[in-house]
Design a protein around this ligand. Sequence first.
Ligand code: TXA
Ligand code: MG
Length: 375
Amino acid sequence: MDPKVLGQACAILESGGLVAFPTETVYGLGADAENPAAVARIYAAKGRPNDHPVIVHVAPGADLDYWVTDIPDTARKLVAAFWPGPLTLIMKRHPQIPDAVSGGQDTVGLRCPSHPVAIALLSAFKGGKGGVAAPSANKFGNVSPTTAQHVRDEFGADVLDAAGMAETAAHAVAAMITARMENPGAHVLDTARSLRVAVLDGGSSQVGIESTILDLSRLDTHGPVLLRPGHIGAQDICDVIGVMPNLPDQSAPRASGTLESHYAPKAPVALVEAAKLADVLVQLAAKGHKTAVIHYCDNAALPAGTFTAHQHMPSDAPGYAYGLYAALRAMDQSDAQLILVEAPPQTDAWLGVNDRLRRAAFGATGIVEKLLASS
Ligand code: TXA
Ligand code: MG
């Protein structure tokens, strides 16, 4: 990571601006977690309701007591086992941490990512003592980005190029020096620049789907609760803490990644059983529909001439997760009216992938039947 670019990214963050950065799961859209005006810019840039909590990213070795009160033993064990890594822990928020990061709830979601660029940024920002609030760097409801180009595709003209980033950082530093305000970040960036996004490029995110989220904020009454499945599975967690996490009930906290419809491309997505894939493709083609296919069966199993685009996925869950969002984006860029996905196996290893696919397909329930019924 070029130290000059890293310095610019820190200056932008410290002045209340937005920096998108790679993590091992997906790219995040970051702002200073302790600056409510900066956190509000994340919501504005994403078009996201501001009562949704965002995850606070911290450097390796960060002082948990600064962010959290009543740290349970369970949390310390999980941190020792899985950080840096794709696990977010929800705990009781320390009163000194602004409630803007948790949408007004009394908790905070903390995670220490393992991507080297994320670690470099978090270790440099406020000398490694800061927190960077970051949801996935996509517009609300869209597919999460796993490359810097995906972030540029999401925010278009609002993305800073290298010259814009240097200029914004210089402006931020100058304004902070002149202002010498108690809370420099809050008003330093002028409105014209404040919603522009600087992007750090760290290649493709290795995991490809968002972190596992475990709620430890109500251990006494609810035990550990798995709010969002991911690369770190329930069994992995059980192996460390000795109890299997519970699934959320009605009283579980709101989580945007847990909205029924999420991670959706523009074209409707339909899941189809592996055994029926070829047959459905033939029927859709016979009706003149343009279909894109995401599959893990051999290319040869797809009937020729029945699809306009296809993406062959690895048949192991981590490999599939790695390529999933890029595949959804690529298929969305074809002229297909429908993205047909060969349903992966229903085993535990596939929980995270199946969760994201189910949400991507949620808004389009019954679409295949509808297309086949039309004349
Ligand atoms: O892998 C990830 O977690 C990525 C990268 C950038 O770290 N981030 C991510 O953020 O997926 P986002 O905002 O797209 O999803 C975060 C989820 C949301 O569902 C949010 O509601 C939940 O975490 N969350 C954050 N803080 C919470 C809290 N205090 N209580 C309950 N849920 C929380
Ligand atoms: Mg998201």
